[in-house]
Design a binder for this molecule. Structure first.
Ligand SMILES: [Zn+2]
Length: 199
């Protein structure tokens, strides 16, 4: 893949051409994929206060005037990696580590959500605050909804690169973001390991 395309992975491009997660879960998927650890650290879409503000604004997660501090960036990135661990744990009903569960719990403590009701009586979870707190509240609201609908269990972290992909396979058996990228890498590594071991 060329660099120009690599930089679009997670936004315009999905590895393996998979469809994105359904409904609002797509936004949470994009958040987890705002950085791919196979790519240079400088490519992190929320890696600096300016980048984070621009990305969150584009996604409607913060208001146009909201500023993001360095501490805010650190909180968002910590939450992102904890959510990635949660997605990785979706392989075969595993659990995230206690530290990751703790990060999400702490984030939830500051995340205020309100039940909004429209004229038709339809309800929606909406953030009660702004800035990073509001963005975190929205993301955790989506996590909660996806767990209720059962969609969350199909959100998986690639076993090789950690990319969050939506597993639409019937038997929920997908392991890698894309067989052509990470599946083959894993297999090649195992092949060389076996060859070395037998040499
Ligand atoms: Zn991968």
């Amino acid at each position: 893949m060329e660099e120009r395309d690599k930089r679009r992975v997670g936004e315009q491009i999905e590895p393996g051409g998979r469809p994105k997660a359904p409904g609002r879960l797509e936004l949470l998927q994009r958040f987890i994929n705002s950085h791919n650890h196979d790519f240079p650290p400088g490519w992190d879409r929320i890696g600096t206060p300016e980048k984070a503000a621009a990305w969150l604004r584009e996604k409607g997660l913060v208001a146009p005037g909201d500023r993001i501090s360095e501490a805010g960036v650190a909180r968002l990135r910590e939450l992102r990696e904890a959510l990635r661990a949660l997605a990785l744990a979706n392989h075969g009903g595993g659990r995230p580590g206690p530290a990751e569960a703790d990060v999400i719990r702490r984030a939830a403590g500051a995340a205020r959500l309100a039940v909004a009701v429209d004229d038709a009586g339809r309800t929606a979870l909406e953030p009660a605050g702004g800035g990073v707190d509001g963005a975190v509240a929205t993301l955790l609201g989506i996590l909660h909804e996806a767990q209720l609908t059962g969609h969350w269990s199909r959100m998986k972290g690639c076993r090789q690169c950690g990319y969050a992909f939506y597993d639409r396979s019937k038997n929920r058996s997908a392991t890698w973001c894309a067989m052509a990228i990470c599946g083959n890498r894993t297999k090649n590594r195992a092949y060389y390991r076996r060859r070395r071991a037998s040499a």
